[in-house]
Design a protein around this ligand. Structure first.
Ligand code: HXC
Length: 250
């Protein structure tokens, strides 16, 4: 099991545990995560959901790059859709969701955190959307949600440059709500407070706050199309071969 649920009274903590790859998500882990989130969305005894990563290095270091290096465009679209579903569950389930970001939250890791209603980071967390350096783009909602959370200017900078930010900068640009150590403890404290509020009012507040137009489907589609490019093949392969990519522009 790589997506584990623990109960703390009415708070459910989902821990992604694939530490040998800094909790990067492969099909098995992401499918398990999606399944646990589906169950928790329908479970009235879980009033708040906290998402975190196992170990002390990573929340989620992204989608599994080694897996992605073998994908064609159609498979990449399916892969995009699976992550979109997990992020959408976090965003739309009728109860608050909180990311406790205990280390690297890169690429798809940052995107899952962006699907959550609240984000707290440990002081050694590092967040970002480094996909551009792999010759691809964020594919699990980052192009839309990062702009909604931090504003278009910050989102453009972080996505176009791929530059990761440390916890303090993440706080300054509004990417996280607070920096706290130990971060899971802090997230649980907030979660317990939310669990004592009216679940009916929380559900409506969340639904209203989420009312904004988006282009998430378009993102999933264009992410997949990029996998037909030589640059995506090169960028993804170069990671596994531990060398800088040589992009050719097609
Ligand atoms: C696969 C990964 C991984 C990833 C880390 N690992 N991130 N494997 N996919 N995303 C693996 C490494 O290959 C290595 O295993 C082990 O985890 C430890 O990582 P190291 O690189 O040795 O650690 P360190 O030097 O401390 O560097 C940490 C790091 C670096 C800065 C986080 O691992 C890194 O840059 N990872 C990639 C981050 C990234 O680009 N994420 C975005 C992915 S794209 P081995 O066995 O090799 O030693 C994405 C798209 C989402 O998420 C949308 C999809 C539709």
């Amino acid at each position: 099991m790589t997506a584990i649920v623990d109960r703390h009274d009415a708070v459910a903590v989902v821990t992604i545990d694939r530490q040998e790859a800094l909790n990067a998500l492969n099909v098995e882990t992401l499918t398990e995560l999606r399944d646990r989130l589906r169950e928790l969305a329908d479970d009235d005894s879980a009033r708040v959901v906290v998402l975190t990563g196992a170990g002390d290095r990573a929340f989620v270091a992204g989608a599994d790059i080694k897996y992605m290096s073998g994908l064609g465009a159609e498979e990449a679209k399916e892969w995009g859709a699976l992550g979109h579903e997990a992020a959408r569950l976090l965003e739309e389930m009728p109860k608050p969701t909180i990311a406790a970001i205990n280390g690297f939250a890169l690429g798809g890791g940052c995107e899952l955190a962006l699907g959550c209603d609240l984000r707290y980071a440990s002081s050694k967390a590092r967040l970002g959307q480094p996909e551009i350096d792999l010759g691809i783009v964020p594919g699990w909602g980052g192009t839309q949600r990062l702009a909604r959370v931090c504003g278009l200017g910050i989102a453009k900078e972080l996505i176009l440059t791929g530059r990761p930010v440390e916890a303090e900068e993440a706080l300054r640009v509004g990417l996280v709500n607070a920096v706290a150590d130990p971060v899971l403890e802090h997230a649980l404290e907030v979660a317990q407070k939310l669990a004592a509020k009216s679940p009916v009012a929380l559900r409506v507040a969340k639904r209203l706050l989420n009312l904004s137009p988006g282009a998430l489907e378009r993102e999933a589609d264009e992410f997949g199309d990029l996998f037909a490019s030589e640059d995506a093949r090169e960028g993804l392969t170069a990671f596994a071969e531990k060398r800088p990519p040589r992009f050719v522009g097609r």
